[in-house]
Design a protein around this ligand. Structure first.
Ligand code: COA
Ligand code: MG
Length: 288
């Protein structure tokens, strides 16, 4: 996938916010047809989203994702029908219940693509919004090829469980939600997909957002969801390595390049081996 650190949600019925999101620095913009749009506004939102995609400049095409409604609701099919002439680069599928939902969406998209001669639409799966999917993730079979990323959310899982909170007072996830987050991360990595951490709801809390984004990177996530333009800078700053880490990573790569026959070396009195080289390369890749 092209650069995809930050994923900004925008209600699909709000032309002003859509314009701002596309003009702003978010790597990806998610035009929402699901929870951010009242059912009475859905038809209008579908038309606005389809027109927005049709009018996108080529360089913006890859940036736009559309969150459709859950596969278990008729609205999902109406969403896809409204989008079929202008399929977005990616679709986010919420409230996934099992691999069957992903397979069903895969086959409909394949049909639409072959009917209209459009390129492959990727799928981003929200895998922790139903109890069935969350509970069975370690046994999930390999998803269809078009699934490019997995992400998770704590709000719909709370509702599905009947839980009255998802965080401790100090902001850490309660165990069930930490479990869901870890399952999402592990499943994504198991299948070589991007892992996208969930959003931080308190969008006026810049410091909290920064810690949230730092934790996402620290734990191995490749990106973070956002709901407000003010959350994009903290995400990019978390995912941009500082000068000291870049310099250190370059020294590790140089040390191995200078000693191609050594598996383990020392740098400043510390042992470095293959995992350190992989980490160093990951840091340097983030510069691009
Ligand atoms: N994308 C683009 N622009 C946004 C935005 C977003 N997600 N959220 C806010 N803005 C814009 C506002 O329009 C406003 O611009 P303006 O003054 O030029 O009109 C500016 O940023 C500041 O917004 P602010 O006043 O701080 O917030 P708000 O009260 O307008 O909106 C929310 C708050 C939460 C309603 C809004 O951030 C939002 O709609 N977020 C996305 C919700 C969503 O999609 N949820 C689904 C996933 S959970
Ligand atoms: Mg939701």
């Amino acid at each position: 996938m092209t650069r995809s650190r930050s994923w900004l949600f925008v209600p699909g019925d709000d032309p002003r916010k859509i314009g701002k999101a596309l003009a702003g620095p978010a790597d990806r913009v998610i035009l929402d047809l699901e929870d951010a749009v009242a059912p009475t506004k859905r038809a209008g939102a579908r038309a606005l989203v389809a027109d927005t995609i049709a009018a996108l400049a080529t360089e913006n095409r890859e940036r736009v994702c559309v969150r459709i409604n859950p596969w278990q609701e008729d609205a999902a099919n109406d969403d896809l029908q409204a989008l079929k002439a202008t399929l977005p680069a990616s679709i986010m599928l919420p409230k996934v219940r099992s691999i069957d939902d992903l397979r069903a969406v895969d086959s409909i998209l394949s049909q639409l693509e072959s009917d209209t001669g459009q390129p492959t639409t990727k799928v981003i799966a929200l895998v922790t919004e139903t109890v069935s999917m969350t509970a069975t993730m370690p046994a999930m079979p390999s998803p269809p090829k078009r699934v490019a990323a997995l992400t998770w959310g704590g709000e719909d899982l709370s509702a599905a469980l009947g839980a009255s909170a998802n965080k401790f007072a100090d902001g850490r996830w309660l165990p069930t939600f930490e479990f869901a987050r870890v399952q999402c991360l592990l499943a994504a990595k198991r299948f070589g997909l991007h892992a996208i951490d969930t959003l931080y709801t308190d969008f006026r809390d810049g410091e909290g957002m920064q810690q949230h984004a730092n934790a996402a990177l620290r734990d191995g996530f490749d990106g973070v969801l956002a709901i407000h333009p003010a959350q994009i800078d903290p995400i990019h700053s978390a995912f941009t390595p500082d000068a000291a880490s870049v310099a250190h990573a370059r020294r590790i790569v140089a040390a191995f390049a200078a000693n191609p026959d050594s598996g383990a070396l020392q740098l400043d009195g510390r042992m470095i081996d293959r995992p350190h080289l992989i980490q160093a390369q990951k840091i340097l890749n983030r510069l691009e």
